[in-house]
Design a protein around this ligand. Structure first.
Ligand code: NCD
Length: 314
């Protein structure tokens, strides 16, 4: 969490202290349990407005932020870039200033440019949550992944986590690397050289180009999509060849720990980075990640907006 203009924001995991991460995971756990047991959740965000401003497509992240805000009693507004003035050429900052004048408590932003959330946080008077900025960070995804791992494995420290696939274009990989390193996991990345960022040597991870070595004894196997929309050209020879070398199938998974957890942030491309049967196996936590995502987003909204002024009359 970062303070700018006196308000707390969630812009990225880099630089977050383990204690701050742990406390968000604990709060997420509480919300997951309360929701599962059907307990009424206090209207923590009553009289607060949350605006979701998505400049890029999203299914899971946008709906789960919407659901999270509504479960906490906030008024949630979804701004779609296809129906707003953004289509008419309004800039990110002009749009943000207009929304800011409506005095929301939180602005949840997804944008194609790295640094967009940070820029917004400098301009507005409400909490900003980064829902993915370019290939930079996707902090709530890393937090929900961490909570899913902690629930299934009982801990994060000392686990071997293999993050496989398109690391170069993935904000999910970047946020997960920061979080897992902070929490004491042993992080490996497994990818062809073309799908690794130049900065990988400075990220505190073990680098593998071969799935057999990269998955050996892994406790968690996290698969990533080929993010072709961020690729200015071809980074793999062909999809079948990519699947042959890097797609997660039973033969490759056999090198990991027999109880290895299978994860994927979605959207999945079955038969490209993951075999369909593996994605649906009992060891797969992919659907659980979605459920945990709502709870983590509730925790983040609560932590950021709880102390902001109530804008209601009653
Ligand atoms: C990811 C994203 O948008 O960065 N998806 C998500 O938020 N669930 C990963 C992806 O798009 O491949």
């Amino acid at each position: 969490m970062k303070k700018q203009t006196g308000i707390q924001h969630l812009l990225g995991i880099e630089g977050m202290q383990p204690a701050a991460i742990e406390s968000l995971l604990d709060l997420g756990e509480t919300y997951l349990e309360r929701h599962r047991s059907g307990k009424k959740i206090k209207k923590i965000l009553k009289n607060r407005t949350q605006i979701n401003l998505f400049f890029e497509d999203s299914t899971r992240t946008r709906t789960s932020f919407e659901l999270a805000g509504k479960r906490l009693g906030a008024d949630v507004i979804n701004m779609s870039t296809s129906t707003s003035s953004i289509k008419k050429g309004e800039t990110l900052i002009d749009t943000a200033m207009t929304l800011n004048a409506m005095r929301p408590s939180a602005l949840v932003i997804r944008h194609g440019s790295s640094g967009a959330a940070e820029l917004l946080a400098q301009k507005v008077g409400c909490a900003v949550i980064n829902a993915g900025d370019g290939r930079h960070e996707h902090p709530t995804q890393a937090l929900l992944d961490a909570l899913t791992i902690r629930r299934r494995k009982g801990r994060i420290a000392r686990l071997i986590v293999a993050i496989c696939g398109d690391i170069a274009h993935s904000r999910v990989a970047r946020s997960n690397i920061h979080l897992l390193n902070a929490m004491g996991a042993l992080v490996r990345v497994v990818a062809p050289p073309t799908l690794l960022p130049d900065s990988i040597d400075r990220m505190g991870v073990e680098v593998h180009h071969d799935m057999e070595a990269g998955l050996k004894d892994a406790d968690v196997v996290m698969m990533l999509r080929l993010q072709t929309e961020r690729m200015g050209g071809s980074f793999v020879p062909s999809t079948p060849e990519y699947y042959h070398f890097y797609g997660l199938d039973a033969a490759k998974l056999a090198h990991a720990d027999p109880d290895a957890l299978i994860m994927h942030p979605g959207p999945m491309n079955r038969g490209v980075e993951i075999d369909s049967a593996i994605a649906d196996a009992p060891r797969s936590a992919i659907q659980e990640q979605v459920e945990t995502g709502v709870a983590i987003r509730m925790a983040c909204l609560d932590a950021l907006c709880r102390d902001l002024p109530d804008m209601g009359d009653d």
